[in-house]
Write a protein that binds this ligand. Structure first.
Ligand code: ATP
Ligand code: MG
Length: 397
């Protein structure tokens, strides 16, 4: 296999472990992505050396997940996660192994991995080690569980969600027995922490095979066990039929709430169930209400100002996906022409108003500032301290 720079810089790490008398391989997603000629995210290394042995080989290490056998080694300004070959014994709660056992065999380690395409290893010479026909599955573009899918999903139910995520991300087909096992055991997903399901769901939505991934998530009924989606099968199908890859999370969430026809006042509780951050929820609320307005007509000054240019561009891009008619440059030009882009650009402060009008602070102040903001925004009042003050005085009379 022809190596790419990400692997070449990591080669000395493999060599150092080998020189100390152990085996070391590149494993997992990076090997899969190398074969698929996709960009490599992180290069993971698996080894027969135990964590203490790795720590003795490298001068600088950090215990990032020592209980699971992962040590981070710092080497020539880069950091590498090195994980000891391990097997996982008896899973009783469908999500976590009761015990992690370190082993010296690569095959044992690859056996516990989720899908055949993720169970490949590569040695320092670029030779691929393929015990589970992962190469053939990559060739045929199918996603297949390693070993018995039923067993694998009972061990860790998140793998079902990872399955539909990889279908989308890689744009692969789901192998039949793997799909049947998900359909049969979908309810196990309930055992998995929402945060972890969310990670996979968002990766699915952002994948280039989103349509296929979403279809599989619906057909296998995994969506029934996702927060707030129980009655949204049809909406998800509509989302699946939308063409084009989504560029970011804001686009994904906004389109999701649009397609499942969630009322705007329910966005907060829906996204809180998904454990989204307050900031992200607010952005989606802004985007969704702007989208509703924009789909109804054109951008208004008030809506654009309230939304802000960044979110507005996202909304305009979404409009393009939904209607094939949008104009981002026109929107940007319109924003440029707003007399103020943000409240903080007003050439007046609350304290200045209090002093000039000689009134004690009170609710009048907020109301007056809002009025000034609106008048400046609409070009009815110049954004200039003296002009604003005399206008405020005239309002007081
Ligand atoms: P990504 O491109 O999203 O990083 P990845 O395949 O690298 O994809 P990771 O979540 O980074 O996925 O996991 C690295 C590897 O660890 C996987 O390729 C797989 O071999 C193994 N793995 C991760 N999660 C699981 C799991 N829940 N069950 C079994 N194996 C897993
Ligand atoms: Mg990875």
């Amino acid at each position: 296999m022809q190596l790419v720079p990400e692997f070449i810089t990591a080669l000395p790490v493999l060599k150092k472990i080998e020189e100390a008398g152990f085996e070391a391989y590149f494993v997992g997603g990076s090997v899969r992505d190398l074969i698929l000629q996709k960009p490599i995210s992180d290069v993971d290394i698996a080894t027969s050396a135990f964590p203490a042995e790795i720590k003795a080989i490298f001068p600088k290490t950090i215990d990032v997940g020592i209980d699971h056998g992962t040590v981070m080694a710092l080497w020539q300004k880069e950091s590498y996660e090195i994980t000891t070959f391990r097997t996982e014994s008896t899973y009783q709660d469908y999500r976590r192994p009761d015990e992690v056992v370190f082993v010296r065999s690569l095959k044992e380690d690859l056996k516990r991995r989720d899908f055949t395409v993720n169970a490949l290893a590569m040695d320092a010479d670029g030779k691929i080690i393929d015990y589970f026909d992962g190469l053939q599955d990559i060739q045929n573009r199918v996603l297949k569980a390693v070993g018995s899918p039923t067993e694998r999903f009972h061990e860790d139910a998140l793998r079902m969600m990872r399955g539909v995520r990889f279908v989308s991300q890689l744009d692969f087909e789901l192998e039949t027995t793997t799909e049947e096992a998900i359909l049969e055991h979908h309810a196990l997903l309930e055992k998995i922490a929402v945060e972890r399901v969310q990670v996979e769901f968002i990766k699915l939505l952002l994948g280039r095979g989103r349509s296929r991934g979403l279809e599989k998530m619906i057909q296998t009924e995994l969506y029934l066990y996702c927060p707030g989606l129980r009655h949204s099968g049809e909406g998800l199908y509509r989302f699946a039929s939308l063409e084009g890859q989504l560029v970011d999370r804001l686009t994904a969430w906004t389109l999701l709430v649009y397609f499942i026809q969630l009322e705007n006042e329910n966005i907060d509780s829906f996204m809180r169930q998904w454990k989204c951050s307050k900031k992200e929820i607010q952005e989606v609320q802004l985007a969704k209400s702007a989208l509703d307005e924009r789909l109804f007509g054109t951008w208004t000054v008030d809506c654009l100002y309230r939304t802000g240019i960044e979110i507005a561009v996202t909304v305009e891009t979404i409009v393009g996906m939904l209607t094939e008619k949008n104009d981002v440059s026109r929107l940007k030009a319109m924003f440029q022409q707003l007399p103020i882009k943000h409240k903080k650009e007003l050439d007046i402060t609350g304290n200045e108003l209090i002093a000039a009008l000689d009134c004690p602070p009170g609710i009048w102040l907020g109301a007056l500032l809002t009025k000034i903001e609106g008048a400046v925004l609409h070009g009815e009042l110049k954004n200039d301290k003296q002009t604003i003050l005399s206008w405020a005085r005239s309002q007081k009379k």
